[in-house]
Ligand binder design. Structure first.
Ligand SMILES: Nc1ncnc2c1ncn2[C@@H]1O[C@H](COP(=O)(O)OP(=O)(O)OP(=O)(O)O)[C@@H](O)[C@H]1O
Length: 576
């Protein structure tokens, strides 16, 4: 957890203020019982009303100052803790943004969400407690002991007997609690995972009448978390009563032995009153320390999880000697003997893939499901790095380009259209911030999105709801194509992006694209033969390997895998 406290740097001045305020508050708390003793010993015993009023007034003043310090310290502590939380959340988010998909696969989305929210809140809460008590509790314990001993050294032996007992309780509780706290955060991850899957997949859950089963799945994750929370609470609930019992027993012992000492004229009544107050302060502070000991392990479990994210270095980083290409290039894409396997997978997803996609031409990739088509796109986008071989753009290995520069050269249309909340224009401008209104409208027109956009009352200013749920699958695909067109890149990558379009729109879109992107390199991944029949070059994939490369006619003559795909989809007439 200490490692995370480096983010407290901007709040150093406030922390210093809190330390001073807590110091003043502790001093005032420690001074009050002594004044009380004076009132009893001098004022009450001698019947000196003036003295009582004078010292009483002083006590009120000191108590007021102490309270003010306490309130101000609480304010600055909570602002510091909240600011710390904000900084850590920002840093975790910024770091996660640099992750390659490999790290996302490793942590899992649900866990990343818990770590950025709940885990940081745990540390933030403990920081607040620490700021309030870190100085106060030890000062009250040590100062209280000094003051108590100064009032009556012999009576202090009662404290010598109680303090080890309290320490024993604290150690026991901490040793039982820590493993449970760790387990709790993991169970919270699981709960988030079930919740997230259920919310995202709500349509499927409903369609397959799985609501009841999902409720059970959530119920079991929820019960599991609750059970652990109850076990933790059970342990924690013992702490306070035990502490209070020890506190009260000590006070009884102090009264008992103190009474005897007063009888024997070894002690004054006022000093006994002050002594009991010091004993209460010491034991109360010890209780607070024990709470801290319980909360710190929980927060450190969270801190470990946060640090895991912050320490995970993105597996894809820009090479230090990255030199940006001098000219913008034409977008010649070359796959050279590329092999790649996903982390943890036994078999490579693609093996020894070599082909070239020329500028001004359409290169298509076709193959059965799971044959590695999207994997090739993931590698070209550098979402993952190749395991063997290389991918070059305009003769340069993409690992030698900065990721930003590489991706700026590519207009990528993913397999599953992803839209963001905002307007249609916002979504198209996601491809290029500087795109003018005409530019946006033109991109929408080429993507065959203009016809449905003009029917909307607000045109390109119409709202897109979260995840683009207010548009159909085909409309979403066309908007994500317009987004790619808006950036006018050298290379276009369409990862099965026409699948939700009807045949007529698909054909119209391809014709418009051909005019618009005549100079660019087009890489089209497709399942439908009709989409890619006219491509200049078709790469046929089969179980991660190239089964053939050529035009439609060449492949029909030479490639069995391609022929099988064609005959399964087209009539003889269509394929000819
Ligand atoms: N993130 C991942 N982690 C592990 N394995 C993966 C991952 N993504 C894909 N795979 C595996 O890699 C292989 C190729 O998958 P890929 O998505 O490239 O196929 P595809 O040809 O695009 O299929 P489809 O047409 O169904 O989208 C499959 O066996 C798949 O199970």
């Amino acid at each position: 957890m200490l490692k995370l406290f480096r983010f407290l740097k901007p709040y150093r001045a406030w922390i210093a203020v809190v330390v001073v305020l807590m110091f003043l508050q502790s001093i005032s708390q420690l001074y009050l019982p002594t004044l009380m003793a004076d009132i009893v010993n001098v004022g009450v015993m001698e019947g000196n009303t003036g003295y009582i009023l004078r010292i009483g007034g002083l006590m009120l003043l000191i108590a007021a100052v102490g309270t003010l310090c306490n309130v101000a310290a609480a304010y600055y502590s909570s602002r510091t803790a909240a600011g710390f939380g904000q900084i850590v959340r920002g840093n975790v988010f910024g770091h996660v943004e640099r992750f390659s998909l490999q790290e996302f696969d490793k942590f899992g989305t649900a866990s990343l969400i818990t770590r950025t929210t709940n885990d940081i809140t745990q540390v933030q809460q403990v920081l607040f407690m620490l700021l309030r008590m870190f100085l106060n509790a030890p000062l009250m314990i040590v100062g209280g002991i000094v003051m108590a001993v100064s009032k009556d050294a012999k009576l202090s032996l009662v404290l010598v007997a109680v303090i080890p007992l309290l320490a024993g309780v604290i150690t026991l509780v901490a040793s039982k609690g820590v493993p449970l706290f760790r387990a709790m955060q993991k169970k919270l991850d699981r709960l988030n995972l079930v919740l997230r899957e259920n919310l995202i997949g709500i349509r499927v859950v409903r369609a397959f009448n799985r609501t009841e089963r999902e409720r059970e799945r959530f119920g079991s994750a929820n019960t599991d978390l609750t059970d652990t929370a109850i076990r933790v609470t059970r342990i924690m609930s013992v702490v306070f009563p035990v502490m209070l019992l020890l506190l009260n027993l000590s006070l009884v012992a102090i009264m008992w032995f103190g009474g005897i000492r007063i009888d024997n004229n070894h002690m004054q009544v006022g000093d006994l009153i002050a002594f009991t107050q010091y004993a209460s302060q010491i034991l109360f502070s010890l209780t607070m320390v024990s709470m801290m000991f319980i909360m710190i392990p929980r927060a450190s479990a969270s801190a470990v999880r946060i640090n895991e994210v912050l320490d995970a270095s993105p597996s894809i980083v820009d090479a230090p000697e990255t030199r940006e290409p001098e000219s913008s290039g034409r977008g010649l894409v070359e796959f050279d003997d590329v092999t790649f396997g996903y982390p943890g997978a036994e078999q490579p997803a693609v093996r020894n893939i070599s082909f070239t996609a020329q500028p001004g031409q359409v290169t298509a990739i076709i193959g059965g499901t799971g044959s590695g088509k999207s994997t090739l796109v993931n590698l070209l986008m550098r979402f993952y790095d190749v395991g063997g071989g290389s991918i070059r753009i305009d003769g340069k290995d993409i690992r030698g380009l900065s990721q930003e520069r590489l991706r700026a050269m590519i207009g990528y249309v993913p397999q599953k259209a992803v839209l963001f909340s905002g307007t249609i224009a916002d979504n198209i401008r996601f491809g290029s911030d500087s795109a003018s209104r005409e530019h946006v409208e033109h991109a929408a027109e080429v993507a065959q999105a203009a016809e449905f956009i003009t029917e909307l009352p607000e045109g390109t200013n119409s709202a897109v709801s979260q995840g683009g749920t207010n548009f159909s699958g085909g409309q979403k695909q066309r908007l994500s194509i317009a987004r790619a067109l808006a950036r006018k890149p050298a290379v276009y990558v369409f990862d099965d992006s026409f699948s939700a379009l009807d045949f007529k729109t698909d054909a119209k879109l391809r014709a418009a694209l051909q005019r618009e992107t005549a100079e660019a390199t087009l890489l089209i991944v497709a399942q439908r033969v009709s989409t890619i029949m006219e491509a200049d070059r078709i790469v046929v994939l089969d179980e991660g390997r190239v089964a053939g490369i050529g035009t439609h006619r060449e492949l029909l003559a030479s490639c069995d895998v391609y022929r099988e795909i064609v005959t399964s989809q087209l009539s003889e007439e269509e394929s000819a």
